[in-house]
Design a protein. Structure first.
Length: 417
């Protein structure tokens, strides 16, 4: 998790605390002529170079974590960029992980978020007066521009500095064929997603009685049980399942049910960022866990189950119990083109869940990582047959836990106090 900004023909009058909170370890800026870069650092993968970082042809500011190399991701990205737009676009399309980035050369400005917009990025663009600003927080952009737009998921934005024309390209065209009759590749991609996102000594996992967090912790135990912390919220969970899961952990932590002490902080986040769901019950629960367990223990990475409902189920149980609207009603269809994308439709909004998580984690200088939105994993799931998808509620996640003899319930639980 980091915070950054870049501006073209817009002077930077103030670096807001919201940028600095996201990267509490160091802040550096770079100003020349009419261009301004700033970056607040939270180092999570190896020895992170200071940003803004330059190569022979351009300057990069980057937030998040990608897993294309076993070495530091920031250095790997900048080393593989040059002055050609085509190179930049192809590199972005190859990235695996949760990220936002802006890369600037003499001729172009390229910026983007990943396929799910898991790292917030906001911008203002004006072709007429050739002005542009982009930043990790909405309040920073609005302090310097009359409006702010949130960068869309799965899009690459390219501004030609000479004409100031804006081109928008798609990052990933998913292969929607459903031909694979087993979960071998899904399980392999899932385990790789967990291993990529675990950093020794600075990673804590959210553990509930639900399926999504349960599958993640079940997998992590396979590789890291002696070196992993979990934290659980005692609230609306299935007490029997959660107790069984916690007994399997070497270092389980429990957060108290009463979140009332965090209300002032969530209200302050709402006033700062203007987002209503930063102060609801789920936001209060997340804030309490971060303040009570992550910050005091100097944990930098929060592993969460976000994406399970939105990508692999579309909230099927809620359609009966709460009248939730989605695209998948009853069963998965034989042709996924008829419903894709389903994860941001009506009430099934992945971008809302991720926006809230990134805002709250970033406010506390903590990086949220989401194994279930791993690009490789989602592609493998898409390619499984419709019969497998319809074999049961969140069938591949349940099957993984059953294969590893892990406590599981099909009852839907909610993360809240």
């Amino acid at each position: 998790m980091c915070g950054y900004y870049y501006s073209y023909n817009i002077p930077i009058t103030k670096v807001t605390d919201s940028i600095l909170l996201r990267g509490p370890e160091a802040f550096c800026k770079l100003d020349y002529d009419n261009e301004h870069f700033g970056h607040a650092l939270l180092s999570t993968r190896g020895t992170s170079p200071q940003q803004p970082i330059q190569n022979n042809t351009g300057t990069l500011v980057y937030n998040g974590s990608t897993y294309n190399s076993s070495h530091n991701d920031t250095q790997w990205i900048v080393d593989n960029l040059d002055n050609r737009v085509e190179t930049t676009v192809e590199l972005i399309k190859s990235l695996v992980g949760e990220y936002s980035l802006t890369y600037v050369t003499d001729t172009h400005i390229v910026f983007c978020v990943d396929q799910w917009s898991s790292k917030n990025l906001f911008f203002y663009y004006n072709k007429e007066n050739k002005s542009f600003i982009v930043g990790s927080t909405v309040d920073f952009v609005l302090d310097h521009a009359p409006s702010a737009v949130r960068a869309q998921e799965n899009k690459i934005y390219i501004i030609d500095k000479h004409t100031f024309d804006l081109d928008i390209q798609t990052t990933t065209e998913w292969n929607l064929s459903q031909t694979v009759h087993n979960y071998d590749s899904v399980f392999e991609a899932f385990e790789q997603a967990i291993k990529d996102r675990h950093e020794p000594n600075i990673t804590t996992y959210m553990l509930s009685s639900g399926i999504d967090a349960g599958a993640i912790v079940c997998c992590a135990r396979k590789f890291y049980n002696d070196d992993m912390f979990t934290v659980s919220k005692i609230g609306r969970e299935d007490p029997e399942i959660l107790a069984k899961r916690m007994r399997l952990q070497h270092k389980p932590l429990i957060d108290r049910a009463d979140d009332s002490s965090t209300i002032p902080e969530t209200e302050a986040m709402y006033k700062r960022y203007g987002v209503e769901y930063t102060r609801r019950h789920t936001a209060q629960a997340t804030t309490a866990i971060l303040q009570n367990h992550y910050v005091p223990r100097k944990q930098k990475i929060c592993i969460s189950g976000i994406g399970g409902d939105e990508l692999y189920d579309d909230y099927q149980p809620d359609k009966l119990s709460r009248g939730r609207v989605g695209k998948i009603i009853g069963s998965w269809p034989s042709d996924l083109r008829t419903i894709y994308p389903w994860h941001n439709y009506a009430d099934s909004r992945l971008h809302r869940q991720i926006h809230r998580s990134d805002t709250i984690c970033g406010h506390h200088g903590i990086e949220g990582r989401y194994p279930l939105v791993d690009q490789r994993l989602f592609q493998c799931f898409l390619n499984t047959t419709v019969e497998l998808k319809n074999a049961g509620y969140k069938h591949w996640l349940v099957s993984y836990m059953q294969e590893h003899d892990y406590p599981v319930t099909l009852n839907k639980t909610r993360f809240a106090s």
